[in-house]
Design a protein around this ligand. Structure first.
Ligand code: FA5
Length: 349
């Protein structure tokens, strides 16, 4: 760079410029680069030091110093930015060369969601009854005590209430303990027409959780109301269901039982799917597994639903899909269903 013999400060500015660019070329990391910036461009940096001497110059020479110092400052700032970019780029290139991606490697397997086993069973049950002409009727999970018990022929203080340990929301509202209150709601919705419905849904019981009992489980209720419906119709429907659900060779037996809302009442057993009736731990050596409760709808219940029991009659049944799955797949603990363990859930579907 030519040296001016008239203006010593301009010469010094040019020297600073040359030296700064030389040093910048040697800076290779961002911390050192910041040190460079402070040294040359900072408030007390080399450029400022030169400009401070402007007072010693004759007035005519001062504007040239201002102009050249601005030029040098801009040039150094530009060089600084370029060096920041270059250092960052070099760093990135180094990182990338270390983290090279092999795009030909196989990816991680994508795990697909699936329906909960209870939902799958509910759908299977719904399909079987659908083919027998039953339609689905949705009823509520939060019920009044009146529907859950009283309209089903279970007045307050009746000992049969002990069969259903209950979660009370308040004195008159409960979480339904079974799907049977839906019978009354279906009758009120269909009256005076005949009815053939199933009512799937969640039930709640305030009881000890064990390998066979949950406090939250599904039930599927069935209800048929019409004229001249007999116990033989109930039997035909349930035998057909058991064989479709568990296999054509299944034997079904009806055992006397008691439910306040059916008369007569039965419990239905099926020969044990593990031992075919010979006796094993699953069936507690009896050869039979209970699959559901059922009976002919009690005249008082028909009346509560709006049907004249002199003219109409019907049957009802209620089953637990989780228990059905346990029997079908030899699952020894109902708690697997709602413990959210993928090792269990992924086996279905
Ligand atoms: C009832 O709940 C009656 N409402 C069934 C009924 C309907 C009878 C219509 C007559 C006419 P029960 O309490 O037995 O009956 O329950 C029926 C089914 O629900 C049982 O067979 C079982 O499969 C299932 N279940 C009952 N309690 C539990 C529980 N704590 N955990 C899992 N499943 C249960």
């Amino acid at each position: 760079m030519p040296v001016s013999d008239q203006n010593p400060l301009v010469d010094q500015l040019r020297e600073v410029h040359t030296e700064a660019l030389e040093r910048l070329g040697q800076v290779s990391d961002l911390t050192a680069l910041d040190g460079w910036r402070v040294h040359y461009l900072g408030r007390k940096g080399a450029l400022t030091q030169v400009i401070r001497g402007i007072g010693t110059l004759p007035t005519a020479q001062r504007p040239e110093v201002g102009q050249v110092s601005n030029e040098v400052k801009s040039a150094l700032e530009e060089a600084f930015e370029a060096q920041v970019g270059a250092i960052k780029q070099a760093k990135l290139a180094k990182t990338l060369s270390r983290e090279r991606v092999d795009v030909t490697l196989p990816g991680y397997p994508v795990s697909l969601g699936r329906l909960h086993p209870s939902t799958q069973t509910l759908r299977e049950i719904t399909a079987i009854f659908g083919e027998m002409g039953f339609q689905v009727f949705d009823s509520r999970e939060v019920e009044s005590d009146y529907y859950n018990f009283e309209l089903l022929n279970i007045p307050p203080y009746h000992p049969a209430r002990d069969m259903w340990d209950t979660f009370y929301i308040n004195e008159r509202v409960v979480l339904r303990t079974h799907t049977s209150p839906g019978q009354i709601r279906a009758m009120q919705a269909f009256h005076p027409d005949p009815i053939r419905v199933i009512l799937p849904g969640m039930c709640y019981r305030y009881e000890a959780i064990t390998a066979r009992s949950e406090i939250m489980f599904h039930q599927v209720e069935g209800l048929a109301v019409g004229e001249n419906i007999t116990m033989a119709d109930l039997k035909g429907v349930l035998v057909n269901f058991a064989r479709r659900m568990y296999g054509a060779e299944r034997q079904v037996r009806f055992r006397c039982s008691h439910f306040p809302f059916t008369e007569p009442s039965v419990e239905v057993d099926m020969d044990c799917i593990v031992c075919n009736g010979d006796g094993c731990p699953l069936c507690k050596q009896t050869g039979w597994l209970e699959i559901l409760g059922a009976g002919m709808v009690h005249p008082a219940v028909l009346r509560n639903g709006g049907y004249d029991p002199e003219r109409f009659n019907g049957f009802a049944f209620g089953m637990g899909p989780e228990r059905i799955m346990m029997q079908k797949y030899g699952i020894d603990d109902i708690r697997y269903f709602f413990s959210n363990d993928l090792r269990f859930l992924e086996q279905f579907g």
